[in-house]
Design a protein around this ligand. Structure first.
Ligand SMILES: Nc1nc2c(c(=O)[nH]1)N[C@H]1C(S)=C(S)[C@@H](COP(=O)(O)OP(=O)(O)OC[C@H]3O[C@@H](n4cnc5c(=O)[nH]c(N)nc54)[C@H](O)[C@@H]3O)O[C@H]1N2
Ligand SMILES: Nc1nc2c(c(=O)[nH]1)N[C@H]1C(S)=C(S)[C@@H](COP(=O)(O)OP(=O)(O)OC[C@H]3O[C@@H](n4cnc5c(=O)[nH]c(N)nc54)[C@H](O)[C@@H]3O)O[C@H]1N2
Ligand SMILES: [Mo]
Length: 800
């Protein structure tokens, strides 16, 4: 990681057959030359048996429907039909527990609205319900023809692969690479503000990412003698029970509370967990987390509560950080965070005094302008208190197999399929240097800035597992106008979504996890088997199959010189065998045991497991955990600060006090609800019945001041736009704070197409109506990361 600051993408190239390749990276050799780590002993369990006249299939869940997890499940099948799904009690991951979305999976699989045939539509008919069924062959032919046209006319880098959150479609980067495009990501998602800001900050500081240690790396879990229960845990901008985000299973927190762990919660609302935190619930201002993080860091530094011995050995920059926070005013920081000084001091002191202690954070941090800087400060907290990579602290996971290339590092196929020149055309690497460190997504904000300049940065898009008009698209209406300019768009989904209705030229019907084989393993705790229980419904196909079939055709048409190495597999199983090779097992062997845990080590900086050269220390320039980041030091020309700092949201009562009179409230958005995954499940009757309408939560006093009663429809409005919600009271919020749900559209509005409505806003299943993203400014922070989905100024009024 250290040298990435100077030459992130260009190093280690060699030439073969007139083409440049990254050294040591051609098939079949893998880039990581460390020997495979032996798997820890894993329980041997059968993967299928008969029970009550049904066949039971053991596997793990992922998407579709959306999810970040790999929960163990038992699927019950009769006469080829999925009857029910239950949590697998033997799985160390979820230990029998399962959420409402998985329990409803048969309703999802067999839903009458499932897409079952590929479809095509004339570009002139975008937005209109004029799709025509076609064969898979025809759909593939159109995609190949149009992609080739774009490559020939504008260049391969104008093709973008756009994949939604947390899926296990491992070949997305490969499909891109085989046509020569480095542009993969979510170009409409302001500031790439899901996990990447935190991941990138940690990568720059530590050479890898950390997660709270709940023993998830150990198959024996809490009984493993190496494990220690944290004494204290700070849950920060995160709702673990509802979200189970990024592979972190929320109930692990309750498991640990039952074993004695105390919690603090930093959240504007009183969540279930916050209620258990007692006085350690810090009701932060949405967007005030940076100020709060710096305040806590200041308490720990000023009062010398850090672990001096650990810092002397392993941390780089303690003195500089202490100097930085010494300059800051604690009263001012606390005032801006809206948390009382004595509460900040108490939580900071308790955290520093508890050994071990952990911090488990969430997407609320990414979705504010200063999210990246806040992540820097919070990472510094666990470094200087010696809670780094110790049992019960924040541990580093990525020294494990690395078989499932996580999204943020996903480069499967890059090095062998793309030249140096092709790779250098990734959108935003020059503008935002953090994008050159460790992972390979395009920069969303660099893309948005290009649109704003009147350019057309993308000419063909493959949108898979993503409904951006309802979810990621800040100012969705403006983005819709931009995306209409794109020559050709494929959308693959299970249902007709607003995004598909608005933009798709070709529709590919995808399959759920019950209908396909695969593997998953977010955060590298383990690798687990997705085990097909039933055949795909109708003519739908698993995305992985689509990618393999389409990849072969695209390579043949666009880059025939890559034909032997791009997709050399006859079927998906063969492809998985190759992908799993580093682990030393085949996909069949994985299915035999359902899950495999890599050998996990704590304190890997002592054992040399973090560095490719096998030396002790971290994979950073100084070899230490850099709370003074050398990567930021070398790229400070871009505005990056080597030291932790605090940045206000672009539009807040402190950065735009002149707007407070007009827009007196701060609205945060998108706090997860358990029964919906973003824009999904709105058509699943059982789940929708739990939550029929889009809600905005507000304090009853705020409602009264604006003449609003509970259940009234209201407009939220700011400079950027407005949206309509139903008012729900919650007196645990600060009266200046509102919380609006995200992801809303109305699949039941069958007049979805443009031609059936007078006003375009009513079309597209009402996606632009109750859409809080209408209010989200585009701005990211100086890093290109961070955004404003969690901190916007607004006003509220009753709708007629
Ligand atoms: N059921 C379900 N699960 C999901 C998802 C889903 O849509 N549905 N989405 C998945 C995805 S992609 C993600 S990224 C994760 C995210 O999951 P989490 O990281 O848990 O994030 P959120 O649910 O958005 O918000 C968590 C908490 O942050 C609080 N909050 C809001 N604004 C602020 C703020 O400014 N500061 C602080 N400190 N707190 C704030 C909210 O009140 C909420 O309690 O969940 C994943 N899991
Ligand atoms: N205001 C606000 N907006 C937010 C957020 C917020 O907190 N506030 N959170 C943001 C975050 S963190 C994220 S990650 C994004 C998420 O944004 P998206 O990734 O767009 O979220 P989903 O609604 O889950 O969209 C997934 C689509 O993929 C389809 N799908 C699901 N599984 C599969 C599959 O296996 N194959 C195929 N082909 N299709 C599938 C679903 O039917 C759905 O239409 O939303 C963001 N939007
Ligand atoms: Mo996310």
């Amino acid at each position: 990681m250290a040298d990435s600051a100077q030459a992130p993408v260009q190093e280690h190239w060699s030439e073969t057959n007139g083409k440049k390749y990254r050294r040591g990276s051609r098939l079949p050799k893998k880039t990581d030359t460390r020997p495979p780590v032996p798997a820890a002993e894993t329980p041997k369990v059968p993967w299928t048996w008969e029970e009550d006249g049904m066949t039971v299939i053991r596997g793990t869940a992922r998407s579709a429907p959306g999810c970040h997890n790999v929960c163990g499940i038992l699927s019950y099948v009769k006469d080829g039909k999925l009857v029910k799904v239950e949590g697998d009690p033997e799985d160390p991951y979820n230990q029998g527990r399962l959420c409402s979305r998985c329990l409803c999976i048969p309703n999802y699989v067999y839903h009458e609205d499932r897409l079952v045939k590929p479809m095509k539509r004339d570009r002139a008919d975008r937005g209109k319900d004029k799709f025509v069924e076609c064969s898979w062959d025809e759909a593939y032919d159109i995609i190949v023809r149009e992609f080739k046209r774009v490559v020939d006319t504008y260049g391969a880098d104008k093709i973008a692969m756009c994949q939604g959150t947390g899926r296990d479609i491992h070949q997305v980067t490969r499909l891109n690479a085989c046509v020569g495009s480095p542009n993969e990501g979510v170009p409409y998602f302001a500031g790439n503000s899901c996990y990447l800001p935190r991941i990138a900050s940690m990568a720059c500081m530590l050479g890898g990412a950390c997660v709270m240690d709940c023993s998830q790396f150990l198959p024996q879990r809490y009984d493993d003698p190496r494990y220690t229960v944290p004494k204290y845990c700070i849950v920060w901008g995160h709702q673990p029970f509802y979200s189970n985000a990024d592979g972190f299973y929320g109930h692990w927190i309750t498991d640990l509370m039952k074993r004695g762990m105390k919690v603090a919660v930093i959240d504007p609302q009183l969540t279930w967990l916050a209620a258990r935190a007692g006085e350690d619930w810090l009701r932060v201002r949405p967007g005030g987390d940076g100020a709060l993080a710096m305040a806590m860091l200041k308490v720990v530094c000023d009062e010398k509560l850090y672990d001096q011995e650990f810092c002397d050995k392993w941390v780089y920059g303690l003195e500089a950080v202490c100097e930085r926070v010494a300059e800051m005013d604690l009263d001012d920081l606390c005032e801006k965070s809206w948390v009382a000084k004595e509460d900040v001091q108490r939580v900071a002191r308790t955290y520093a005094a508890s050994k071990p202690a952990a911090i488990q954070w969430g997407v609320a941090l990414d979705q504010q302008t200063g999210g990246q800087q806040a992540a820097h400060a919070i990472t510094a907290l666990w470094c200087i208190t010696g809670n780094l990579d110790v049992p019960g602290g924040n541990v580093m996971g990525d020294a494990c197999w690395g078989i499932e290339q996580p999204n943020w590092t996903g480069t499967w196929g890059w090095d062998e399929l793309m030249t140096e020149e092709e790779q250098s055309k990734r959108i935003g690497v020059e503008r935002y240097p953090m994008f050159a460190v460790g992972f390979k997504n395009l920069s969303s904000n660099a893309t948005i800035e290009a649109w704003q300049r009147g350019e057309v940065p993308i000419r063909a898009a493959y949108i898979v597992t993503n409904n951006f008009l309802a979810t990621m698209g800040a100012q969705a209406e403006q983005q819709l106008e931009w995306y209409k300019q794109i020559d050709f768009i494929v959308v693959s989904d299970l249902f007709m979504t607003p995004t598909m209705m608005a933009l798709a030229d070709v529709v590919l019907p995808a399959a759920t996890y019950e209908e396909r084989d695969g593997f998953g393993g977010l955060n590298a705790y383990r690798i687990s088997c997705i085990n097909k229980a039933i055949e795909p419904v109708g003519d739908s196909k698993p995305d992985n199959t689509i990618f393999l079939e389409l990849g072969k055709r695209l390579t043949a048409a666009i880059k025939p010189e890559n034909q032997d190495i791009a997709w050399p597999w006859d079927d998906v199983q063969e492809m998985w065998d190759y992908a799993l090779e580093d682990g030393g097992f085949t996909w069949d062997e994985l299915r035999e045991s359902t899950w495999k845990y890599p050998e996990f080590k704590y304190r890997k900086y002592e054992t040399g497991d973090l560095r490719p050269d096998g030396q002790p220390g971290f994979r950073t320039e100084t070899g230490r955990a850099e709370i003074y980041s050398m990567v930021f030091h070398h790229t400070s020309w871009s505005g990056l600060d080597p030291l932790p700092s605090y940045v206000e949201p672009v539009e807040s009562p402190y950065s735009a006090p002149e707007d407070v009179e007009e827009y007196p409230y701060i609205v945060t958005s998108g706090a997860r609800v358990p029964h919906f995954f973003h824009s999904e499940q709105r058509q699943i009757a059982k789940l929708r019945a739990l939550h029929p309408d889009p809600l905005v939560y507000l304090h009853p006093d705020t409602a009264a001041a604006n003449g609003i009663e509970e259940g009234d429809w209201v407009w939220l409005e700011n400079k950027h736009g407005k949206c309509k919600y139903k008012a729900a009271f919650n007196d645990t919020y600060d009266p200046r704070v509102l919380q609006a749900e995200h992801g809303w559209w109305f699949p039941e509005r069958k007049d979805a197409a443009e031609e059936n409505v007078e006003n375009e806003q009513e079309g597209l299943f009402g996606v632009l109506e109750s859409n809080i993203n209408n209010l989200v400014p585009f701005d990211a922070g100086v890093s290109g990361f961070g955004s404003n989905y969690k901190a916007m100024m607004c006003k509220i009024r009753k709708a007629d």
